[in-house]
Design a protein around this ligand. Sequence first.
Ligand code: PNS
Length: 164
Amino acid sequence: MPSNVVAIYPGSFDPITNGHRDIIERGHKLVGRLIVGVLRNEAKQPLFSVEERVEMLREVVRPYSNVEVTSFNGLLVHFATQQGATVIFRGIRAISDYEHELQMALMNRRLQPRIETVFLMAGEQYSFVSSRLVKEVIRLDGNISGLVPPLVEDRLRKKVKGDV
Ligand code: PNS
């Protein structure tokens, strides 16, 4: 891809996992600028506020000078257009992700044909990792080390204990 390409990596990131981090690591090398977009969607009853999620993501992407993190409301393609992005990155883990991702990619293409969705595959060691499962395991006092960045593991432990 040309180095002036701007890409959006959208998601809920409640919280960021090592699978997400791996997609950012792979994606940022392909484009000039990568914007991680956190959806503001209170209907989903997130564990972390948007501000907390953005803060954790910013910490994780600190090593990458062409990656920034911001939140957005409304349609993804409107946000992407505002940011001058022509590419949307999404991670695909298993075939089970494909159907929903295909629907979203085709809907987004219909809404804005100039924006292309590009699917990236995280490392196979993360193929079973999701924010939802990580939250479930930590709530039940299971071990999640290696599945999320260390700072996220700390924040998760404090959150489920009610310390923050
Ligand atoms: O991490 P997630 O929850 O799978 O991310 C889903 C996300 C944020 C990419 C998707 O819900 C989204 O783009 N929402 C914004 C609203 C929108 O544009 N809807 C139409 C997309 S087909």
